[in-house]
Design a protein around this ligand. Sequence first.
Ligand SMILES: *Cc1c(COP(=O)(O)O)cnc(C)c1O
Length: 396
Amino acid sequence: MVNSKIQAAEENLIHVYNRFPIALDHGKGMYLYDTEGKEYLDFAAGFAVCGLGYGNTEFQEALKEQIDKICHISNLYYHETCGEAAKELNRISGMDRVFFTNSGSEANEGALKAARRYAYTKKTGRYEFIAMDNSFHGRSFGAVSVTGHEAYREPFEPVLPGVKFARFNDLDSVKELVSEKTCAIILEPLQGEGGINLATQEFMEGIRRLCDEKGILMICDEVQCGMGRTGSMFAWQGFGVKPDILTMAKAIGNGIPVGAFAMTEEVAEYSLKPGDHGATYGGNPLACTAVKKAIEIFERDDIVGHVKRTAPYLEKRLEEIAEEFAFVTGRRGKGFMQGLVFSRPVSEINAKTLEEGLLVIQAQGNVIRFLPPLIAEEKHIDEMVCKLRNALKQIQ
Ligand SMILES: *Cc1c(COP(=O)(O)O)cnc(C)c1O
């Protein structure tokens, strides 16, 4: 029944997603339910979006109240939620000025434009970007141009010129690409799509030093690893290495489509000017209510502290799995952004976990990603490990 419904729906959609044969209907806390009533423990959080899990009544009430008031006005007019959400997001991200977008791709698109605009004002003639192998920055042309995976770019070439790719965590490979034309270096402090690759402390510090020495802007893409996921509000804070431009999305709206790029005052002074950039929906009252309320709940409930305290348990349990199964070669990641590395393709594993009622995500390089809502407790981790073990046993 469900399958035929899904098939019927797919006939009207452009086929770009390889969907699993289930139709999800609603959620509660850490769990999602399909149209047949089957329960799934969610360790995917809609791609690291639903930090607060599902059915948070306080969050939902705030949205409902805003919907009843107004959803949208244009950016020609000011509304209070926008200013308040901006102030709060700057405070928790350590940035000074923010622009609201509707997605992570758009946030990166804006960040690249902001970096070029900075160079334009300063008349430096800099336009090149250095990005990392195995990076993922989104699907729009600018974002895809700095994405370090051929499969995402090749069908759409020629993409944005002036982009060079260095090896992640290899500072010398970055230095080799730097020239007097280098405008910005963009990286994820913890690569998600590319297989859960954590930047080393030396690499982050090295990039910062290189940027300072050469007058290059450092852009951190924290669309996936930001907003509490790694056990600090933003991953850069965990390293103590502050970027000049920071991009965000996914969890900042907890399910309402919103992204943002933010910058330091020093960059803002020379960067985008009135008329240079815009987004019709960007930062509308509904999106800003979501951001403001999510931040309020995050802080009051100490979600970040919870992730920091609970992550060692998640790591320990995943490492047990890695020891138990010969085809699991290791664990990597930070906080609630973890991956298990397999010595075989992971697509069959994904199908089995689904049967067991567990949602996880694949990443490049035969990696299974674990991105639970940030409210996951030890009991959920135990349940996840149990389901995962059952799934893996069927594969052995
Ligand atoms: C998901 C993701 C993006 C793209 O975000 P969209 O909202 O899908 O456009 C960009 N960067 C990173 C690191 C991501 O994980």
